[in-house]
Structures are given as C-alpha cells and as structure tokens.
Design a protein. Structure first.
Length: 494
C-alpha cells in the first residue's frame, strides 16, 4: 500500500515538475544541543506555519554550517563534493533558558522513570488496532539510555521505516556533501556521443536541458558536426525490477532515468511508470540536443561509452544530504533504492539489490548497531522480506542525534514533521499537543504499520522511538494508534 506524499513547489507543475530539496536549521551537539532542539521545537509552533509556507522545508542554506562540519570530519565521500567551512557555529544557549521563557518545566534533568513509561505505553501497545505483533523501543538521545522496550530484538517487517537505515548507510559511506554525476562523453573520433547515467534518482528534464546546452556548446567549440547518440546504464547491474514486480510505487531501477519515470505528469504518490526509464531519458535528451542545435543521426541506442571518450558535459545532483531529506520526507522509493546502490558502489559491491543489501548491512554494522537477524532486502521497504528490530531503528536515530556522527544528521532533519510536512502532514491536527513536536518516518504495507522517529517530551528531552506492528487489519486505526503512542511521549507520563 502506497504512502501519501506531499511536497511544495514554487512554480506551476508540468510533466517534468521541478522542485527544490530541503534545508533545515543548524543544531548544536551534545546534550545541550539536543535540548536546544527540543526547546526550539516548542518555539517552532509559533513560527512554523509561516516559515513552511514562505520557504518550504528545502529552500535555504540554514543547515550549511553543520553540513560543512560533517564534510570536514567525513573523508569517505566520492569524487563530487561541496567546499567546506573551516569553523562551525558558535555554541548555542542552553535549553533550560529557552524552555523557561516558554513556561515549560525547568526540570530537564529529571527524566520519567521506566515504570511510568511502562504504565503509559503498555495499554496503548495492547490495542487490537495494532494487530498481532507489536514491538517498541524508546531511547533518550542525550544519554543513550533505553527508557522503554517491548520486543526490542524481535525481527519485524519495517515497511518504509527501513529508509532510515538506507539513508544512514549512504550518509556514512559517502558523506552528506557527495553529489552524483551524470555525464556526456564524446568518442575519440568525435562521431559518438554517450549519455552516461551515474545513478542520480533526482535527474529531471531541466537537468537534461542544461546538459544538452553544455554539450552543444562544447561540440561547437570543437567543430564537431553530426553525431550518433548512445546511452550507458552499466553503472548498475542485476534485475531492474523490484522484487514486487511492476508497480506504481517505483520505477524500474536504472542508473539513468528522468523524473522517476512518471508518465502522468504527477510529482508524488503512485503513478504509471515507464518500463524503459533509461531509453525515455535518452530520447528526451536527444530532442533537447536538437533544440540546442546538435544533429543526431537517429534514435539513441543503448551502449557503453567508447574507450578513450572524453567528458564534454556534467550535471551534479544536489548534495546527498538533500536527497536523503527528500527520500525521508516524501517516502520516495526511487531515491531510496538509488541511495542503496550508491552505497554498494562505494563498497565495491555490484549496484544491484543483492550488492546493496550487503553494503548497507556492512555499513550499519560498522556503526556498531544491533544487526543480529536483520535482513535489508531493498532500500525502500517495499519488500516484505525486509526484517529489522525496533531496537535497531531507535538506536540508529539516537546515533544520528548524537555528537559523534554529524554526517548522519540529515536522517533527523528529513523526518516528516507532525502536522506540517511529508507523510505526517495530515496525521496530526492543529490542536494536537504533539503537532510540531514529533518528527517520524511512517511505514505502511498491507497488514504492516510502523512509525519511527523523535519526540520532544514534557521535560525537554529529545527521545528516539520505534513502534512496529504487524497483522493489522485497518491502516487508519493502526496509524491513529501509532500516533497516540508517539503523542504520549510528548505529554509526559504519570
């Protein structure tokens, strides 16, 4: 079952509807920094609606300072990176001042006990709406202490919450500043032009138009005349079809595609997809080359770039941090599978479902996460063979919130905001006490519902949580029950 997605645009949509990728406020590190985020979440209720309407969640450079810090400390990225800044932001004021100004409790260092969380959460987990098996873990991100657990080590089908693991692995492997290149190469005899897919899942018609213009300019400068156009998808291997088969929730996975292979002009949700994303992208590129004055002899054909070819034009994707945020906010399956393959390439594995599974698993293991029995069959969560634990997801979120891995921070900033963005935009009302205080990734398959993310509790702590349920019969009732569980974390406990 597909998850609804929402994303803002700043221009009328067309077949190739283009839009910007997210940027979020910078954060401090350590407990004070985490608590400042908690206080800021409360304060954000006052200004969030205006800010979202004015800019959308992806528009500015507010996250640049922390991204630069992560890029400096992260040397695992690939060939394409942004520049870095020498210094990070000055230390932020402590959260108690912020919370006191808002009239909140100043007892930030007096966490609720395990017994009170047990009292609050246990009956909610036992509701029939959550099906036959329910697991839950809650972790204090500042201390790493596990505050609550039920079935923490039980393997569950996570649905789209597995994107948390996929995106964290990609960030850890490549760094948040990494960009994915799509190139155009010219053969040594100047007779064959090749569009080489690098695996950018966000490539669109606008990017292809810019590539065509740059290519035409380079050919004119070199005195090149008519050329033959080919396209190269060899960067990826293995089956292109997801194990679930042809599906409106995902296009065939290819190193070259434009606008996620959508055929109906949509930019979100399920859509009719092309069966030949690479061929369609190449044909669009050929038309754009013609508009730019380059004469191609015939329709483009599939083939690798000729040995000795030189690059005449390059398009770089947005930084990986932006792709991660877009994948999480919108539960974008195509981006998630692309990020899994980029992780595989970095690890020297084939860019296939199998290679991605091995690479993502190895990267998460290197982060010290509990992976016993886990199976990451795909990057998107569409595969029911995926198995993870609530403990893994909660620990991963806590790791992303901590000071030791700033490169993982986009995992948190990309999570949908309750009542405001992405797949949580319409799941919390304006009057809900949890609106703006919960950021979480949703997961939905038939009979499977999950929610994993962060919540700000009544004492200002940032809590990481994961609630996984299977055997559900009503997705609406299951989602409402999961939302109530998360809301309970923000309200405090008896």
């Amino acid at each position: 079952m597909a998850e609804p997605v929402q994303r803002p645009t700043d221009e009328p949509l067309n077949r190739w509807g283009r839009w910007k990728a997210p940027e979020y406020p910078k954060r401090g590190s350590g407990p004070d920094g985490l608590r400042l985020v908690a206080g800021s979440a409360v304060l954000g209720l006052v200004v969030a609606a205006g800010a979202v309407l004015a800019a959308g969640p992806w528009d500015s450079g507010q996250r640049k300072a922390e991204r630069d810090r992560a890029a400096v400390s992260q040397s695992a990225g690939g060939a394409h990176h942004e520049g870095t800044a020498p210094d990070g932001p000055a230390p932020a004021p402590s959260a108690p001042v912020v919370m006191k100004a808002l009239g909140a409790s100043s007892g930030l260092t007096s966490p609720a006990g395990a017994r009170s969380l047990e009292t609050a959460l246990a009956p909610l987990l036992d509701t029939p709406a959550l099906g036959s098996v329910r697991t839950a873990v809650v972790v204090d991100t500042a201390t790493g202490k596990q505050l609550y657990a039920r079935g923490a080590a039980t393997q569950m089908t996570p649905a789209s919450t597995v994107k948390i693991a996929t995106t964290a692995a990609a960030l850890s492997a490549l760094g948040p500043a990494h960009r994915i290149a799509t190139t155009v190469r010219l053969s040594p005899d100047s007779r064959t032009l090749t569009l080489v897919g690098g695996g950018d899942p966000t490539l669109d018609k606008g990017a292809l138009r810019a590539l065509a213009a740059d290519t035409a300019r380079s050919l004119r400068d070199g005195g090149t005349g008519q050329v033959r156009l080919t396209y190269d998808t060899s960067r990826y291997s293995g089956p292109a079809l997801h194990p679930i088969g042809p599906n409106e929730n995902i296009a065939p996975v290819s190193a070259l595609m434009a606008d996620e292979g959508r055929l109906d002009g949509s930019d979100k949700g399920p859509a009719l997809r092309t069966t030949d994303p690479a061929g369609d992208a190449a044909r669009t590129f050929a038309d754009l080359l013609g508009e730019a004055g380059v004469d191609t002899r015939s329709a483009p054909s599939s083939g690798r770039a000729v040995a000795g070819s030189r690059t005449v034009a390059t398009h770089l994707s947005k930084p990986l941090s932006d792709l991660v945020e877009r994948a999480l906010t919108n539960s974008d399956n195509d981006i998630a599978e692309g990020l899994a393959r980029q992780t595989a390439l970095k690890a020297g594995e084939p860019a296939s479902f199998a290679g991605s599974r091995r690479a993502v698993t190895a990267r998460l293991k290197a982060l010290g996460l509990p992976l016993a029995g886990a199976r990451l069959s795909d990057g998107s969560g569409l595969d029911r063979a995926d198995k993870v634990t609530a403990g893994l997801l909660a620990r991963l979120l806590a790791l992303a919130a901590g000071p030791d891995h700033p490169e993982l921070r986009p995992v948190l900033t990309g999570l949908p905001i309750a009542g405001f963005s992405g797949t949580l935009g319409d799941r919390y009302s304006a009057t809900s006490p949890a609106t703006g205080l919960i950021r979480a990734k949703t997961g939905t398959l038939t009979g499977v519902n999950s929610l994993a993310g962060t919540a700000v509790d009544a004492q200002g702590r940032l809590l990481a949580f994961a609630f996984l349920a299977s055997g559900t019969t009503s997705p609406e009732e299951a989602e409402a029950s999961l939302d109530t569980l998360a809301t309970t974390l923000t309200e405090g406990t008896p």
